[in-house]
Design a protein around this ligand. Structure first.
Ligand code: ADP
Ligand code: MG
Length: 373
């Protein structure tokens, strides 16, 4: 296992700004901008962000497959900017499996070790250790063409870790798999990480994947790091509206609001709506009468109350998922979503009263989207 450090990394593709045939082109000049982070020994880091935000580019620069435009990458204390991929002791499993079709599963996993002239008994020992972790032992004799997507991906990951790399890079390893298989393999990757003790980075656009696997998540947008923190930190304390809206399913409600002063302090008011929600005590000092702010509240933190002291709101959509219920309401022209595990049943047009869990409200600057605190 190794420690990985990125310092002020920039990437600009040679053809940046030019539109190419096919899908690869950079709208902004830099695919990655001033990216710095550290992955301690044996950590599990998730890089999360929408398609095109620079995740794969970052991984490929770490692997040495892509030239760095600016900045430095260190593995342990060695600056690796100019090291060849093979000299970085990195294992990679990317989205497309790239298994060798004529070789058996065993020979695919053994391929790199054989290329390094590792004695067969050592190869057998290494594969014997890894195979059960990823349940590939029963596949050894098969050819890649006979494998399902999930099996291919297991073999792909087994091949990456059998060399005992210092760092393991996984680029969207689950994205081709269906829901159930994703969940199974996700748990296996997590178990494997506990077993093999290897600094691991997983890249994904799926926040569930990042939240469940990683100890620390890096959220990127347009090539820039937005926030780095534990899953709970980024969930509970998003630094901006982008992170707030990206983490959590269903996403956080983000409502444009005008602060108004009434008896008892400041309230959130909403365009074309009579709904008034009191600004929580700890935030009363952060707002001013007539100010525009974005109010963020997660669907689980909007509460349905019996009291009719709050403004009545009509239900527009009610969905029952068995273990939870989702209710959508209109606040002016905007939708406000609630999820609840309580057994409540509504139909379109029913009137309910709302309260917000004031500890869990977030305020964002109307213009910059940055959290106000
Ligand atoms: P992600 O993996 O987050 O979806 P990428 O790292 O693949 O994003 O891409 C980041 C940006 O760099 C995108 O705008 C993409 O179009 C561009 N890009 C990626 N690869 C190349 C390339 N080989 N040449 C030019 N532009 C590229
Ligand atoms: Mg990618």
């Amino acid at each position: 296992m190794s420690q990985l450090t990125l310092k002020n990394i920039y990437k600009r593709y040679d053809n940046a700004g030019k539109k190419l045939f096919g899908k690869k082109h950079v709208e902004n000049d830099f695919a990655v901008k001033d990216l710095s982070f550290e992955c301690p020994n044996n950590s599990f880091i998730g890089i999360l962000g929408p398609s095109g935000c620079g995740k794969s580019t970052t991984l490929r620069m770490i692997a040495g497959l892509e030239k760095i435009t600016g900045g430095d990458i260190f593995i342990d204390d060695v600056r690796v900017n100019d090291l060849l991929p093979k000299d970085r002791n990195i294992g990679m499993a990317f989205e497309d499996y790239a298994l060798y079709p004529p070789l058996s599963v065993y020979d695919n996993i053994a391929f790199n070790l054989k290329a390094k002239k590792t004695p067969p008994e050592k190869i057998a020992a290494a594969i014997g250790r890894i195979a059960p972790l990823l349940k590939v032992d029963e596949l050894f004799a098969m050819k890649p063409s006979a494998l399902s997507g999930g099996q291919k991906q297991r073999v792909n990951i087994a091949r990456a870790i059998v060399r005992q790399p210092g760092i393991l890079l996984l680029d969207e390893p689950l994205s081709h798999l269906d829901g159930k298989m994703r969940q199974t393999l996700r748990q296996e990757i997590k178990r494997m990480h506990h077993e093999i003790q290897c600094t691991t980075i997983i890249v994904t656009h799926d926040q569930i994947e990042a939240m469940s696997l990683a100890d620390v998540i890096i959220i990127m947008k347009d090539g820039e790091l937005q926030q780095m923190g534990t899953p709970l930190e980024v969930y509970d304390n998003p630094v901006n509206e982008f992170v707030a809206g990206f983490i959590g399913e269903p996403p956080m409600n983000l409502l444009q609001s005008l602060i108004v002063k009434r008896d008892g302090g400041f309230f959130f008011s909403f365009e074309e709506s009579d709904l008034l929600i009191k600004v929580p005590g700890h935030s009363q000092d952060l707002v001013a009468d007539g100010e525009n702010v974005t109010l963020g509240i997660r669907p689980v933190d909007v509460l349905i109350t019996d009291s009719d002291t709050s403004t009545p709101v009509p239900v527009s959509v009610y969905e029952n998922f068995g273990d939870e219920r989702r209710i959508s309401m209109k606040v002016g022209q905007k939708h406000l979503n609630i999820t609840t595990t309580e057994n409540v049943f509504y139909k379109h047009g029913d009137i309910i009263h709302l309260d917000f869990n004031s500890e869990k409200t977030h305020l964002f600057n109307h213009e910059t989207g940055r959290v106000i605190r």
